[in-house]
Design a protein. Structure first.
Lengths: 179, 114
Protein backbone atom coordinates (compact mmCIF):
# COMPACT_ATOMS: atom_id res chain seq x y z
CA UNK A 1 0.00 0.00 0.00
CA UNK A 2 1.23 3.44 -0.79
CA UNK A 3 3.98 2.24 -3.13
CA UNK A 4 5.13 4.72 -5.73
CA UNK A 5 4.49 3.12 -9.11
CA UNK A 6 5.33 6.24 -11.01
CA UNK A 7 1.70 7.25 -11.23
CA UNK A 8 1.66 11.02 -11.50
CA UNK A 9 -2.06 11.43 -11.08
CA UNK A 10 -3.47 13.19 -8.06
CA UNK A 11 -4.05 11.08 -5.00
CA UNK A 12 -7.81 10.62 -4.75
CA UNK A 13 -9.40 12.76 -2.11
CA UNK A 14 -6.62 15.33 -1.83
CA UNK A 15 -7.86 18.87 -1.61
CA UNK A 16 -7.26 20.62 -4.83
CA UNK A 17 -6.48 24.25 -4.43
CA UNK A 18 -5.55 24.03 -0.78
CA UNK A 19 -1.97 24.95 -1.60
CA UNK A 20 -3.17 27.91 -3.62
CA UNK A 21 -5.32 28.98 -0.66
CA UNK A 22 -2.39 28.64 1.70
CA UNK A 23 -0.25 30.67 -0.70
CA UNK A 24 -2.95 33.29 -0.95
CA UNK A 25 -3.27 33.51 2.82
CA UNK A 26 0.52 33.85 3.13
CA UNK A 27 0.58 36.62 0.51
CA UNK A 28 -2.20 38.46 2.33
CA UNK A 29 -0.39 38.09 5.62
CA UNK A 30 2.74 39.45 4.00
CA UNK A 31 0.70 42.36 2.70
CA UNK A 32 -0.59 42.77 6.24
CA UNK A 33 2.89 43.94 7.24
CA UNK A 34 2.33 47.12 5.28
CA UNK A 35 -0.10 49.95 5.92
CA UNK A 36 -0.25 48.77 9.52
CA UNK A 37 -1.62 52.02 10.84
CA UNK A 38 -4.52 52.05 8.43
CA UNK A 39 -5.35 48.42 9.14
CA UNK A 40 -5.12 49.03 12.88
CA UNK A 41 -7.51 51.95 12.55
CA UNK A 42 -9.90 49.85 10.52
CA UNK A 43 -9.91 47.08 13.09
CA UNK A 44 -10.32 49.61 15.92
CA UNK A 45 -13.40 50.93 14.13
CA UNK A 46 -14.74 47.40 13.80
CA UNK A 47 -14.14 46.75 17.50
CA UNK A 48 -15.83 49.99 18.42
CA UNK A 49 -18.85 49.14 16.31
CA UNK A 50 -18.97 45.65 17.89
CA UNK A 51 -18.79 47.11 21.39
CA UNK A 52 -21.48 49.68 20.71
CA UNK A 53 -23.84 47.05 19.33
CA UNK A 54 -23.22 44.81 22.33
CA UNK A 55 -23.71 47.69 24.77
CA UNK A 56 -26.99 48.63 23.07
CA UNK A 57 -28.16 45.02 23.38
CA UNK A 58 -27.17 44.97 27.05
CA UNK A 59 -29.01 48.24 27.70
CA UNK A 60 -32.11 46.85 26.03
CA UNK A 61 -31.93 43.83 28.33
CA UNK A 62 -32.13 46.18 31.33
CA UNK A 63 -28.51 46.65 32.39
CA UNK A 64 -27.19 49.96 33.65
CA UNK A 65 -24.84 51.91 31.35
CA UNK A 66 -21.75 50.95 33.34
CA UNK A 67 -22.72 47.31 33.60
CA UNK A 68 -23.57 47.15 29.90
CA UNK A 69 -20.15 48.49 28.92
CA UNK A 70 -18.31 46.35 31.44
CA UNK A 71 -20.07 43.18 30.30
CA UNK A 72 -19.39 43.96 26.64
CA UNK A 73 -15.69 44.52 27.34
CA UNK A 74 -15.45 41.36 29.40
CA UNK A 75 -17.03 39.26 26.68
CA UNK A 76 -14.57 40.70 24.20
CA UNK A 77 -11.71 39.79 26.51
CA UNK A 78 -10.43 43.38 26.45
CA UNK A 79 -9.84 45.55 23.41
CA UNK A 80 -6.05 45.40 23.41
CA UNK A 81 -5.75 41.60 23.65
CA UNK A 82 -8.30 41.31 20.87
CA UNK A 83 -6.26 43.70 18.72
CA UNK A 84 -3.10 41.77 19.49
CA UNK A 85 -4.68 38.49 18.37
CA UNK A 86 -5.91 40.13 15.21
CA UNK A 87 -2.52 41.66 14.41
CA UNK A 88 -0.90 38.28 14.92
CA UNK A 89 -3.24 36.70 12.40
CA UNK A 90 -2.92 39.57 9.97
CA UNK A 91 0.83 39.81 9.75
CA UNK A 92 3.81 37.55 9.33
CA UNK A 93 5.07 38.21 12.84
CA UNK A 94 7.65 35.63 13.76
CA UNK A 95 5.75 34.49 16.78
CA UNK A 96 2.86 33.69 14.49
CA UNK A 97 4.86 30.71 13.24
CA UNK A 98 3.18 28.90 16.10
CA UNK A 99 -0.17 29.76 14.63
CA UNK A 100 0.76 27.91 11.47
CA UNK A 101 1.93 24.88 13.38
CA UNK A 102 5.46 25.37 12.15
CA UNK A 103 7.03 27.06 15.14
CA UNK A 104 10.54 26.27 16.24
CA UNK A 105 11.07 24.06 19.25
CA UNK A 106 11.88 26.93 21.56
CA UNK A 107 8.79 28.80 20.51
CA UNK A 108 6.70 25.70 21.14
CA UNK A 109 8.33 25.12 24.49
CA UNK A 110 7.77 28.75 25.39
CA UNK A 111 4.09 28.49 24.66
CA UNK A 112 3.84 25.16 26.49
CA UNK A 113 5.81 26.63 29.36
CA UNK A 114 3.43 29.53 29.59
CA UNK A 115 0.58 27.10 29.78
CA UNK A 116 2.42 25.14 32.44
CA UNK A 117 2.67 28.10 34.75
CA UNK A 118 4.04 31.56 35.29
CA UNK A 119 7.41 30.37 36.57
CA UNK A 120 8.46 29.03 33.17
CA UNK A 121 11.89 30.41 32.41
CA UNK A 122 12.08 31.22 28.77
CA UNK A 123 15.67 32.40 29.07
CA UNK A 124 16.78 28.99 30.28
CA UNK A 125 15.13 27.45 27.28
CA UNK A 126 16.85 30.00 25.07
CA UNK A 127 20.23 29.16 26.58
CA UNK A 128 19.78 25.53 25.70
CA UNK A 129 19.33 26.39 22.06
CA UNK A 130 21.84 29.23 21.88
CA UNK A 131 24.52 26.94 20.56
CA UNK A 132 22.56 26.30 17.41
CA UNK A 133 23.90 28.61 14.71
CA UNK A 134 21.51 31.11 13.24
CA UNK A 135 18.82 30.36 15.76
CA UNK A 136 17.21 33.56 16.95
CA UNK A 137 15.10 32.89 19.99
CA UNK A 138 14.05 36.44 20.73
CA UNK A 139 10.66 35.70 19.21
CA UNK A 140 10.28 33.03 21.86
CA UNK A 141 10.18 35.70 24.53
CA UNK A 142 7.75 37.68 22.42
CA UNK A 143 5.55 34.61 22.21
CA UNK A 144 5.40 34.33 25.97
CA UNK A 145 4.71 38.02 26.34
CA UNK A 146 1.94 37.92 23.76
CA UNK A 147 0.48 34.87 25.51
CA UNK A 148 0.39 36.83 28.72
CA UNK A 149 -1.56 39.57 27.00
CA UNK A 150 -4.19 37.25 25.62
CA UNK A 151 -7.72 37.25 26.89
CA UNK A 152 -7.73 34.74 29.68
CA UNK A 153 -10.00 32.25 27.99
CA UNK A 154 -7.91 32.17 24.85
CA UNK A 155 -4.49 31.41 26.23
CA UNK A 156 -3.32 28.24 24.65
CA UNK A 157 -3.10 25.14 26.72
CA UNK A 158 -1.69 22.95 24.03
CA UNK A 159 -0.73 25.20 21.18
CA UNK A 160 0.69 22.56 18.91
CA UNK A 161 -2.30 20.30 19.21
CA UNK A 162 -4.71 23.12 18.90
CA UNK A 163 -3.12 24.63 15.83
CA UNK A 164 -2.92 21.32 14.02
CA UNK A 165 -6.53 21.51 12.97
CA UNK A 166 -7.82 23.28 9.94
CA UNK A 167 -8.97 26.33 11.78
CA UNK A 168 -6.10 26.67 14.11
CA UNK A 169 -6.09 28.10 17.52
CA UNK A 170 -8.70 30.69 16.96
CA UNK A 171 -11.50 29.12 18.84
CA UNK A 172 -9.43 27.26 21.37
CA UNK A 173 -9.72 28.02 25.02
CA UNK A 174 -7.62 27.02 27.95
CA UNK A 175 -7.09 28.31 31.42
CA UNK A 176 -4.83 31.32 31.64
CA UNK A 177 -2.10 31.24 34.25
CA UNK A 178 -0.78 34.71 33.52
CA UNK A 179 -3.10 36.56 35.83
CA UNK B 1 -23.21 32.34 31.47
CA UNK B 2 -21.50 30.04 33.91
CA UNK B 3 -22.72 26.77 32.40
CA UNK B 4 -22.28 27.79 28.79
CA UNK B 5 -19.94 25.66 26.76
CA UNK B 6 -17.02 26.96 24.74
CA UNK B 7 -17.11 26.54 20.99
CA UNK B 8 -15.37 23.24 20.25
CA UNK B 9 -11.98 23.22 18.62
CA UNK B 10 -12.18 23.62 14.88
CA UNK B 11 -15.91 24.20 14.70
CA UNK B 12 -16.06 27.99 14.85
CA UNK B 13 -15.22 28.40 11.16
CA UNK B 14 -17.91 25.88 10.22
CA UNK B 15 -20.46 27.76 12.31
CA UNK B 16 -19.43 31.10 10.81
CA UNK B 17 -19.71 29.77 7.27
CA UNK B 18 -23.10 28.19 7.97
CA UNK B 19 -24.38 31.38 9.59
CA UNK B 20 -23.34 33.47 6.60
CA UNK B 21 -24.87 30.90 4.26
CA UNK B 22 -28.17 31.05 6.11
CA UNK B 23 -28.46 34.75 6.87
CA UNK B 24 -26.41 36.36 4.12
CA UNK B 25 -24.03 39.28 4.80
CA UNK B 26 -23.62 39.93 8.52
CA UNK B 27 -21.27 41.83 10.83
CA UNK B 28 -19.04 40.14 13.42
CA UNK B 29 -21.29 40.82 16.36
CA UNK B 30 -24.31 39.54 14.44
CA UNK B 31 -22.46 36.34 13.54
CA UNK B 32 -21.49 35.72 17.17
CA UNK B 33 -24.99 36.40 18.48
CA UNK B 34 -26.54 34.18 15.82
CA UNK B 35 -24.22 31.30 16.71
CA UNK B 36 -25.15 31.67 20.37
CA UNK B 37 -28.85 31.89 19.61
CA UNK B 38 -28.77 28.89 17.27
CA UNK B 39 -27.14 26.86 20.03
CA UNK B 40 -30.03 27.82 22.32
CA UNK B 41 -27.60 30.01 24.25
CA UNK B 42 -25.68 26.92 25.30
CA UNK B 43 -22.52 28.01 23.51
CA UNK B 44 -20.48 31.10 24.33
CA UNK B 45 -18.50 32.54 21.42
CA UNK B 46 -15.32 34.25 22.47
CA UNK B 47 -15.71 37.58 20.73
CA UNK B 48 -12.02 38.38 20.98
CA UNK B 49 -11.10 35.31 18.95
CA UNK B 50 -13.95 35.60 16.47
CA UNK B 51 -12.31 38.40 14.51
CA UNK B 52 -9.00 36.61 13.86
CA UNK B 53 -11.12 33.62 12.74
CA UNK B 54 -12.99 35.85 10.32
CA UNK B 55 -9.73 37.29 9.07
CA UNK B 56 -8.35 33.80 8.51
CA UNK B 57 -11.41 32.82 6.50
CA UNK B 58 -11.06 36.00 4.50
CA UNK B 59 -7.38 35.37 3.84
CA UNK B 60 -8.28 31.91 2.57
CA UNK B 61 -10.88 33.39 0.27
CA UNK B 62 -13.93 31.79 1.90
CA UNK B 63 -15.50 35.09 2.92
CA UNK B 64 -15.29 38.69 1.77
CA UNK B 65 -15.78 41.83 3.81
CA UNK B 66 -16.97 45.34 3.12
CA UNK B 67 -18.08 48.27 5.21
CA UNK B 68 -21.77 48.96 5.43
CA UNK B 69 -24.41 50.45 7.70
CA UNK B 70 -26.25 48.40 10.31
CA UNK B 71 -29.96 48.54 11.17
CA UNK B 72 -29.14 51.02 13.92
CA UNK B 73 -27.45 53.29 11.42
CA UNK B 74 -24.04 52.28 12.69
CA UNK B 75 -21.03 51.74 10.46
CA UNK B 76 -20.09 48.06 10.53
CA UNK B 77 -17.95 45.62 8.57
CA UNK B 78 -20.10 43.05 6.84
CA UNK B 79 -18.89 39.57 5.95
CA UNK B 80 -20.19 37.66 2.99
CA UNK B 81 -19.73 34.06 1.87
CA UNK B 82 -17.87 33.54 -1.40
CA UNK B 83 -18.35 30.69 -3.84
CA UNK B 84 -15.23 29.02 -2.48
CA UNK B 85 -16.68 29.48 1.00
CA UNK B 86 -19.89 27.73 0.00
CA UNK B 87 -17.91 24.78 -1.33
CA UNK B 88 -15.82 24.73 1.82
CA UNK B 89 -18.97 24.73 3.91
CA UNK B 90 -20.31 21.70 2.03
CA UNK B 91 -17.00 19.91 2.47
CA UNK B 92 -16.74 20.72 6.16
CA UNK B 93 -20.35 19.80 6.84
CA UNK B 94 -19.75 16.44 5.14
CA UNK B 95 -16.61 15.84 7.18
CA UNK B 96 -18.38 16.79 10.38
CA UNK B 97 -21.22 14.39 9.65
CA UNK B 98 -18.74 11.60 8.96
CA UNK B 99 -16.92 12.32 12.19
CA UNK B 100 -20.06 12.35 14.32
CA UNK B 101 -21.31 9.18 12.59
CA UNK B 102 -18.05 7.40 13.43
CA UNK B 103 -18.17 8.48 17.07
CA UNK B 104 -21.85 7.56 17.26
CA UNK B 105 -21.00 4.02 16.14
CA UNK B 106 -18.61 3.67 19.05
CA UNK B 107 -21.12 5.00 21.50
CA UNK B 108 -24.11 3.02 20.24
CA UNK B 109 -25.07 0.59 23.02
CA UNK B 110 -24.78 -3.12 22.34
CA UNK B 111 -23.77 -2.84 18.72
CA UNK B 112 -20.83 -4.81 17.47
CA UNK B 113 -18.50 -2.94 15.16
CA UNK B 114 -17.92 -5.32 12.26
Amino acid sequence: MGADNGDRRKVPGTRRGSFVRWLRACALRLAGMFRKQQRDLEFAAEMESHLQMHIEDNLRSGMSTDEARRTALTRLGGVEPAKELYRERRSCARNSCRAEGAGCGTCRRAAHGHAAGPRFDCNRSRDRTRSRPGHDTSHCRRTVRSEARRPCDTALGHPINSVGGKHGLLDSRAPCYAR
Amino acid sequence: MGNKKDVWQGTLALMVLKTLDTLGPLHGYGIARRIEQTSGDLLAVNYGTLYPALLKLEQEGYIRSEWGVSDNNRKAKYYKLTRAGRKQLEREAREWEQTTAIVARFLAPGEEVS
